[in-house]
Design a protein around this ligand. Sequence first.
Ligand SMILES: [Ca+2]
Length: 403
Amino acid sequence: MKVFFIIIFTSQLFTSQGQDCQSGQEVLNALRQVQKLLSAHETSFLQSLRSLRKKLSLLQNSTVKHNKSNTDKDSTDCPPPEPLANGRILGNVFKIGHEVHFLCSPGFQLMGPETRVCLDSQNWSGAQPYCKFVDNTVNNDASASISASSSSSPHRVSSHVRESRCIEFLDSTHCTCEQGYSISSHNSTLCTDIDECELFRLTRPGRLCLHTCVNTAGSFHCECPAGYSLGRDSRSCHDIDECARATHNCSSEQVCVNTYGGHRCVDVDCPRFRNATYIKTSPLRCDRNPCIQGDNACFQAPVSVNFHFMSVVSNMSTPTVLFRLSAARILGDVLRFGLLGNQGVQHFTVQRSGKLTGQLVMVNAVQGPAALEVDIEMSEMERRVLLGRYVTKVTVFVSPYNF
Ligand SMILES: [Ca+2]
């Protein structure tokens, strides 16, 4: 617009000079002045143009920078993790939900988390781990065994994370993992350990292990509590019979009772009844000494007291017959069976199971560990007259587990 305006102005100047019939010299001078003026305006215009271009360029650069910074932010939601001295970091995607794995060089042990996840807050989970120098001359710890086995397998990069084996085929990549590992959901170049214990718990009813399932790198194993040995199926637990193996610590006066998950050393002491004395006739039996004729209190006391120890598992299904007791021969015409006193009535009952036999029945499930006591009385009658009483003192050891 500026240029257009100046041209009109100069042509008017030229016309007015022509009309005034000025000399050729004057016209020439006027033309030179106009030329100078035009030149000055051209310079000014070019300067403005350059300034405008510069501003445009600056504006363009700042826009590109802004876009670039936005793009950068999308691809790196979390800042790059700090480098790991004496180790390396696996994983190069730092987006939210992605994870990186830390691995120490041989001779160093990772202190801190093996994996960090990029959180929604754009921060890495957990604390930054570091590699601690371990003395390789003392090779009895787990880290030493891991580093030893990793040196034999080049693909093994960590105990629970390994590199996948990938092949290119028809413009696509197929990655596989060794047994016990699956492709990482965040990084197809990595294989992560399958937690069989968790997987089995979520996908199948029942238990993979009877007691404890322990996930390991690439596999798992079952463990049993103390007092049990792992079965041949590597999943069940079997009680160790300390009494049969003679690995108990009972004294010669005590009786060793095997229980599920342990054993008990019990002292068998003969009972005391009024006017009656007893003598131990076997490790688990006491017999009454002869009574003085006419001593009714003595005759009312049990003829014999038997001790019976047994072991059951926790929460056993009920009702269950625990054991039967019988008289080899009787002098009277009838036998009566019953519980002596109120002890154990909430868990047990006694039933007759034959003319000369009775049985102890557990009627309510018991949560272990527990030790229950119950006394069974067998009475021999002759025409409703008591001929003798026989007592069996039963102790039931309930294990802490249902095996
Ligand atoms: Ca045992």
